[in-house]
Design a protein around this ligand. Sequence first.
Ligand code: NAD
Length: 500
Amino acid sequence: MAGIEKMTAGLLDTLGVEYALYTQGSMPSHSPLTGEQIAAVRIADAADTDAALAAAGAAFRAWRDVPAPRRGELVRLFGEELRAAKDDLATLVTIEAGKIPSEGAGEVQEMIDICDFAVGLSRQLHGLTIATERPGHRMMEIWHPLGVVGVISAFNFPVAVWAWNAALALVCGNSVVWKPSEKTPLTALATQAIFERALRRFGDAPAGLSQVLIGGRETGEALVDDARVALVSATGSTRMGRAVAPRLAQRFARAILELGGNNGVIVAPSADLDLALRGVAFGAMGTAGQRCTTTRRLFVHDSIYDGFVARLKAAYASVGVGNPLESTTLVGPLIDRAAYEAMQAALPAAKAAGGVVHGGERVGDGASYYVRPALVEMPGQVGPVLEETFAPILYVMRYDDLDTAIRLHNDVAAGLSSAIFTTDLREAERFLAASDCGIANVNLGTSGAEIGGAFGGEKETGGGRESGSDAWRQYMRRATNTVNYSDALPLAQGVSFDLG
Ligand code: NAD
């Protein structure tokens, strides 16, 4: 067994994943660190999917009757198990998704944080009491569990996105069926093993409450098309969302869509440039440009452009690119060859549109794909700048008028995350009022959201919201109840229907 494969097997063993689950299947799994095969997982077939959905339906019918604070207890135990497994699961995230260790650990921390949030939420699933126009009546709304929640997730947040959905879905009284990215099956199997430890400690949860179906697009489609799945929460590219949304609409299923981003930052003349430099550098180069919230477009005011962009270029030239298991690395690998090819197609297109490219070269060779992050000075917002290329490319543009910069900022199809660096209160507020994104920040970058806020974006990002705030409502259904405790039957709006 080669190095990474052996390390992976050791981690999976410690995390409690059965050996057969990752050695005896037909789908090879590769680590982007070296490109080598680290496992062979079994793909769920139609019978597996059918059985999983039947079990999830039965689990839902039992789980919805368990009091919500007791459901919260399961999520609390899961949070404890995650704390115990944090280092191993984080290392597995590094091996399978290529994140540097602190980002891998950060991802598992997000899972822990959402568990804490959901435990509190399990005692706060409240509705309103509403004034009624009829005497002797009471009107209220009650939130009920929804059903089976299908989660389809992307490779770049291989465990946190599932946890955002699952922790809320479970305290809300639902069961969960997860179709992880075909590029990251091992972290999913490990997460499931950790969850099963929490289930055993909990004791009497119904079988099939949370399940994993390993597979590609077809397995996702099976969840999307099955009437037993009440809500599909799908995270991935806008291309995927465009395929999934009409199919869900066709059967009137609920959808949470978390799709691509093309996130912009404005650096204004009054900005604290040290802060801006760090915020832009992390936003654009962190996770090797493979976050939905990665900074992809940068608008720098003319008066500070030359100095600021020179500093940024120096940061780009000096950043450590390489195997994330080495301590000097800040930028790990691209996930695979297709990601590399997409980047290599975008850079000449940018050049053809008048861009000046700095960086972007491949580092090393073989079956892994490491690149130096690219900073591209563009004469305007044209060509590939308008699209999300899921790689570390930052398009930099000048502006001289804030309203024009904000207009350009909004003038792309996606609407996920946005930021301005300024110390001018008026500029900050103008930006917050005008940004058309689901996330808008002042003096911090576009990536690295906390779980307490609702996460998601507008336009082609899909409109979904996950995680904090009141995102839990999407995992429940609302019933409006009116009770008449009088001995009369007044009709609403004064309608009379007198039977004589
Ligand atoms: P992807 O669209 O290739 O795949 C995402 C998931 O969807 C995978 O599990 C895949 O198997 C599944 N899938 C693909 N086509 C499907 C179909 N027709 N029906 C059902 N399932 C289908 O995305 P990826 O390459 O894994 O991830 C990168 C993309 O995800 C980027 O565009 C990124 O911006 C986006 N993303 C968005 C968010 C967000 O919260 N908005 C978070 C992470 C990633």
